[in-house]
Design a protein around this ligand. Structure first.
Ligand code: ADP
Length: 580
C-alpha cells in the first residue's frame, strides 16, 4: 500500500515536473523570440539608436547609428558616448548625459554636433529615454538620433537670406530717402535757377518790348525783334524744363475749370497761323458741329499740348498742310470723349524712332537738332500731360508722307450757363484804357532794370507810379501817401514781400484793404499759393508781359471788391505765369 501511494505520488510529481519543464521550454522560446524581434527591430530600424550604461559607455548600437557616424560597431562600443560629440561640445555633452542618468531630463530633445569619420560635421537631434532596472532605477539611457544637418543648413540659409533681404530693404530705404532728398534738392535748385534766370529774362524781354514801342529804324526794329524772339525761345525752354521736373516730381496739378474746347483749338490756330503762312503751309481746323460748348478741364494745358503738336507739324513740314481735327468719339449726358488730332504732310518719323520720340531730350535723329532746332522736350511733356488728363498720345507716321498725332480726352460737360474761364482769361489784343493819373500804384522792386521796365509799362499805360526798393520803404511810402494798389516783388533786401504784406495787413486792420499783387520770378509749384497765403491778393510771374500786367493792375484798381470776391483775376498760363 505504502509503495502504491508512493508510486502514485512519484508519478504525479514526475508529470508536474514534465509539465513545468514543457512550460519552461515554451516560455523560454517565447522570450527568445521576443528578444530576437527586439534585436532585429533595434538593428534594422532606419533611426539611429544606441544604448549606454550608467557610466555613459556605449553598450549597444544599431546599423543606422554606425552609418551616421561612419564607424564600425566595434569602434563605437565600449567608448564613452560624449567622445563622439564635436570637440568643443564634449564637456557639455558629458554633463548632460550625467544629469540624465541622475533622472533630470531636458524638456525638449537635445541638439548637438558631431564629427563623422570622413570629417563631415553633423547636426543631430537626440531624443533620450531612460533604461530602468527591475527596481525602477535608471541603469542606462537609450537614445535615437535624427540627422538634422540639412534642415539646419536650409534654415540657416533662409535666415541668411532673410537677413540679407532685411539689409537690402534697409539699403533700399536709405536709397529712397537719398533719392527723395535729391529730388527735393533738384526742385530747390530748379526753383532757384528759375528765379535767377527769370529776373534777367524780365529785363531782356521787358526792355525789348519797351524798345519796340519807341521810334526805330527798320534795321533797329529787326534787331530788337530778334532779341525779343530769342528771349521768348529761351523762356519757352526754361518753362519746358520746369514743367518736366514738376511732372517727374508728381507736383503738376491740373485745373478743372469750365472752358470751350473749340475756342482753345481756334486760339492755337490763331497763334500759329502766321508762322504756317510764312512757310507757305495751310493750317486748317476741322471741328465737328456737335462739339459740346463748355466742358470741365485744363484749357491752358490742352492749349500747350496742341501748340506743341501743331508747332512740330509746321516745323517738320516743308509743303502741304497741317490739319487739326476736333471730333466727338463718344457722348452721353454727363461727359463727352473728344478726339484731338494733328496731321501733317511733312517728313514723317521712321518706325524705329517712333517710340523714342516721346522720351525727354530725344529727337528724330542727330541731324534734326541742326536742321530744325528744338530740345526734344515737347512730346515728352505733351505725352505726360495727356496721360495726366486720362488719355494716351498716339502716333501714326509714314516717312516722307507725314505724321498724325492724336489723343482722346473724356471731359465732363458743364451745366448750361456756366461761364467759360478760358475765354474770360484770354488776354485782349488791345491795350487797356487807363484814365490818365486816376490810379496811384506803388511798386516795390529792388532790381533796377526790372524797376525801370515796370515803371515804364505802368506810366506809359497811364498809371501814376512810384517805385521803392524794398518792403520797408514800401511801408514808409504807404504811411505817407495814398495808393490804390501795391505791386510787390517777393525777394528783396532788408524786408521781403511776404513780411511787408503781413505788416500792411496788420496796420490797415479790418476797415481798409489795399490790393497787393505779387510780381515775382518765383514760378515753381506752390509759389502762387504762398503769396496768397501771405495776404497778397493776386500773383503775376516774371517775365511780365506789359499788357497783361496793365490789365491785371487795372482790374484790381478799378474793381477791388469784385476781384476779391471772384478770387484770382489773373489766370496763369504755361510759359508766362506760374502753372500751378
Ligand atoms: P523737338 O521738336 O524740340 O525736337 P519734340 O519732343 O517735340 O522735340 O519732338 C521730338 C522729335 O520727334 C523731334 O525732334 C522730331 O524728330 C520728331 N517729331 C515730332 N513731331 C514730328 C512731326 N510732326 N513730324 C516729324 N517728326 C516729328
Amino acid at each position: 500500500m505504502f509503495w502504491f501511494i508512493g508510486g502514485i505520488l512519484a508519478g504525479v510529481l514526475l508529470s508536474c515536473f514534465v509539465a513545468w519543464l514543457v512550460l519552461l521550454l515554451t516560455h523560454g522560446r517565447t522570450l527568445w523570440h521576443a528578444k530576437e524581434q527586439f534585436r532585429r527591430l533595434f538593428q534594422d530600424a532606419p533611426v539611429a539608436y544606441q544604448e549606454i550604461d550608467r557610466h555613459g559607455v556605449v553598450r549597444r548600437v544599431n546599423r543606422a547609428q554606425c552609418k551616421l557616424l561612419g564607424l564600425e560597431g566595434r569602434q563605437i562600443l565600449g567608448r564613452p558616448v560624449w567622445e563622439f560629440a564635436a570637440p568643443e561640445e564634449q564637456a557639455a555633452t558629458r554633463e548632460g548625459v550625467q544629469r540624465q542618468l541622475a533622472g533630470r531630463f531636458p524638456p525638449a530633445p537635445v541638439e548637438l554636433h558631431c564629427l563623422r569619420l570622413d570629417g563631415a560635421r553633423l547636426t543631430l537631434e537626440i531624443h533620450t529615454t531612460p533604461i530602468r532596472g527591475w527596481r525602477g532605477h535608471i541603469v542606462g539611457l537609450r537614445s535615437a538620433a535624427l540627422d538634422i544637418t540639412e534642415r539646419r543648413r536650409v534654415e540657416e540659409s533662409l535666415q541668411h537670406r532673410t537677413e540679407e533681404l532685411a539689409r537690402k530693404n534697409q539699403e533700399l530705404a536709405t536709397a529712397l530717402e537719398a533719392a527723395r532728398e535729391a529730388t527735393h534738392l533738384k526742385s530747390r535748385f530748379l526753383a532757384n535757377m528759375s528765379h535767377e534766370i527769370r529776373t534777367p529774362m524780365n529785363g531782356v524781354l521787358g526792355m525789348a518790348e519797351l524798345l519796340l514801342t519807341t521810334p526805330l529804324s527798320l534795321e533797329q526794329r529787326e534787331y530788337a525783334q530778334g532779341v525779343q524772339h530769342s528771349a521768348e525761345a529761351l523762356l519757352g525752354l526754361i518753362n519746358d524744363i520746369l514743367d518736366l521736373s514738376k511732372i517727374e516730381a508728381g507736383r503738376l496739378d491740373l485745373e478743372r475749370i469750365p472752358f470751350d474746347p473749340l475756342a482753345v483749338v481756334e486760339e492755337v490756330r490763331g497763334a500759329l497761323g502766321a508762322h504756317a503762312q510764312t512757310k507757305g503751309l495751310a493750317l486748317i481746323h476741322r471741328a465737328e458741329s456737335r462739339l459740346p460748348g463748355r466742358v470741365y478741364g485744363d484749357p491752358m494745358r490742352l492749349r500747350q499740348i496742341l501748340m506743341n503738336l501743331a508747332g512740330n507739324a509746321i516745323k517738320f513740314t516743308a509743303e502741304g498742310e497741317v490739319v487739326i481735327v476736333t471730333r466727338v468719339v463718344a457722348d452721353d449726358a454727363e461727359a463727352a470723349t473728344l478726339r484731338f488730332s494733328v496731321r501733317d504732310t511733312g517728313i514723317g518719323i521712321p518706325a524705329a524712332q517712333r517710340p523714342r520720340v516721346f522720351e525727354p531730350f530725344v529727337q528724330g535723329d542727330g541731324s534734326t537738332t541742326r536742321k530744325y532746332g528744338g530740345t526734344g522736350l515737347g512730346l515728352a511733356i505733351s505725352r505726360q500731360l495727356v496721360e495726366l488728363m486720362g488719355g494716351q498720345l498716339e502716333l501714326e507716321s509714314e516717312p516722307g508722307r507725314g505724321s498724325t498725332f492724336w489723343f482722346d480726352l473724356r471731359v465732363p460737360k458743364c451745366p448750361a450757363g456756366t461761364v467759360s474761364a478760358a475765354q474770360a482769361a484770354t488776354p485782349s489784343s488791345s491795350p487797356p484804357a487807363v484814365p490818365p493819373g486816376r490810379y496811384r500804384i506803388l511798386l516795390a522792386e529792388d532790381n533796377p532794370v526790372n524797376q525801370t521796365i515796370a515803371m515804364r509799362i505802368l506810366t506809359k499805360a497811364g498809371f501814376e507810379a512810384h517805385a521803392v526798393e524794398n518792403g520797408r520803404q514800401a511801408l514808409d511810402a504807404l504811411a505817407h501817401g495814398r495808393y490804390d494798389l501795391v505791386l510787390m516783388d517777393v525777394q528783396m533786401p532788408e524786408m521781403d514781400g511776404f513780411e511787408a504784406t503781413a505788416q500792411i495787413r496788420q496796420l490797415e486792420g479790418a476797415l481798409r484793404h489795399i490790393p497787393v499783387i505779387a510780381m515775382t520770378a518765383n514760378a515753381m509749384s506752390g509759389d502762387r499759393e504762398k503769396c496768397l497765403a501771405a495776404g497778397m491778393d493776386d500773383y503775376i510771374s516774371k517775365p511780365v508781359h506789359g499788357q497783361q500786367l496793365c490789365e491785371l493792375v487795372l482790374r484790381w484798381a478799378e474793381h477791388p471788391l469784385e476781384c476779391a470776391l471772384t478770387g484770382s483775376a489773373s489766370r496763369p498760363s504755361p510759359g508766362t505765369a506760374t502753372s500751378e
